[in-house]
Design a protein around this ligand. Structure first.
Ligand code: ZN
Length: 457
């Protein structure tokens, strides 16, 4: 037994010292996504909505050969580079500036100016690999999470604020899309991460990773040169972490060694097509996303039935009893349980909303509840705290109950919103029970029954 163990140890040492194992060990040091209040699905949804907006604002080039070429390079990086799967797409937009940008969740846009500026396919692949890395490292929503923690808790509640689109809701927080959007303006640390993962991805896909760094350093130089306008957007949203070539050279020993001879087409031919593209006029810019939809001012239903019989709903990590004549609807992570009569144009007039915010750190129940209330106040008209938070237990967990009030979707009426927040390690689960002020006393028993029935897995 002893001997075998000794040989095993030797064999292990031998594997560890081999270059392949060293590369493997370094691979584990590749950057990973940071903490994020959005789910991966929300990144994808956000990107889809933004893509619609982008395609109204830019001229998307309809040239098969051009688009196919960029797609082949993009998909080669994704597949051979072994990147995490997202619904990636690659389009060319008619813009003279040297830039490319990727929206959260996958849609990418390459400026014709970039196609003109690159000296070889590896440089184009480098910009694409760098952008793809921002997507899989989820830098956009990671930064939005850091910037807008309090408000996002409420925003991601979704159902609380009606059925508005996620981009419309972000717009209300001042998170828009443009050169200065927090979603596309990366920190120097994010840049280093995207360089590192991008370079590794390039090497795996058969492109020389140094070309990416060389191109970025050329753009930096251009910023101080004759035509800074052309590189302005890129260098402003991707600030140089400094010494890009050196940083990547330092990592080369741990990267797949090539041969770096990938080619998906004839770049010169593609550049000739770009030069001959007809100049299309930009579409008229529509107004930015609308603000909070005004409350519907509906008339209050005469009767909202509450069945005495209950049913069990099993959600994502929790279960709750509810009256069997109420309905359950889901939107992202948010679950609304309400009578049909209690829903008014996407607003909840009567009912219960359950949601969770992922913090990726331990919950601080008091503080995070206050942040959530602050966020809710931004999204709900005239929200006020009626009774300060009190401690209770829900499903054997520490919880706080806070009585709030705000304007009801029913004309000229206030409502009671009882907020129950529960700390689940690194998630804040919350339940909001809603009823118009005059009816609240008669709904309190069913709300209490529902809260008491909650269990967590
Ligand atoms: Zn970047």
């Amino acid at each position: 037994m002893k001997n075998r163990r000794f040989f095993l140890a030797l064999a292990l040492l031998a594997t560890l010292a081999s270059p392949a194992a060293l590369a493997q060990a370094k691979r584990r040091n590749l950057p990973r996504p940071g903490w994020n209040m959005f789910s991966k699905e929300q990144d994808i949804e956000l990107g889809r909505e933004y893509a619609k907006q982008v395609e109204r604002q830019f001229v998307v080039v309809q040239n098969r050969e051009l688009t196919d070429y960029v797609n082949r390079i993009g998909m080669r990086l994704v597949e051979k580079g072994g990147l995490e799967k997202y619904p990636f797409s690659f389009k060319v937009v008619q813009e003279d500036s040297i830039n490319a940008f990727a929206l959260p969740g996958g849609p990418m846009y390459v400026h014709t100016g970039l196609l003109r500026a690159v000296e070889n396919e590896a440089q184009l692949a480098g910009v694409l690999a760098h952008e793809l890395s921002h997507v899989v490292l989820r830098h956009g929503t990671n930064q939005a999470s850091k910037a807008q923690f309090a408000q996002l808790g409420a925003l991601l509640a979704g159902a609380v604020i009606g059925t508005g689109s996620i981009t419309g809701q972000l717009a209300q927080l001042g998170i828009g899309l443009g050169a200065n959007s927090v979603l596309l303006k990366y920190s120097r640390n994010a840049e280093s991460q995207a360089d590192l993962l991008g370079a590794y991805t390039m090497a795996k896909a058969g492109y020389n990773p140094i070309e990416m760094a060389r191109f970025f350093e050329r753009l930096e130089a251009e910023r101080k040169g004759k035509t800074p306008k052309l590189v302005e957007i890129f260098t402003a949203s991707h600030p140089s972490p400094g010494n890009r070539v050196k940083a990547i050279e330092g990592q080369l020993p741990y990267m797949p060694r090539g041969p770096y001879n990938a080619s998906e087409g004839d770049l010169k031919r593609v550049q000739a097509i770009v030069a001959k593209l007809p100049k299309m006029a930009k579409p008229a810019q529509p107004g930015q996303g609308s603000a909070t939809a005004p409350l519907p001012n509906a008339s209050k239903p005469e009767r909202v039935p509450v069945s005495r019989n209950t049913r069990l709903y099993r959600g994502d990590g929790f279960a709750i009893q509810y009256p069997d004549n109420w309905r359950v609807s889901r939107s992202q992570r948010s679950v609304t349980i309400a009578p049909a009569e209690g829903l008014v144009q996407g607003h909840v007039g009567y009912g219960v909303i359950i949601n969770r915010a992922t913090l990726q750190r331990a919950v601080n129940l008091e503080q995070d509840t206050q942040s959530l209330i602050n966020g809710l106040a931004q999204q709900n008209s005239n929200l006020r705290t009626v009774e300060q938070p009190q401690r209770i237990t829900v499903g054997n967990r520490r919880a706080l109950v806070t009585k709030l009030s705000s304007d009801s979707p029913y004309a000229g009426m206030r409502e009671i919103d009882v907020l129950v927040t529960v700390g689940l390690d690194n998630e804040l689960a919350y339940v909001i029970c809603v009823a118009p002020l005059p009816d609240y006393p008669s709904f309190e028993p069913i709300f209490q029954l529902m809260i008491r029935s909650i269990s967590f897995e």
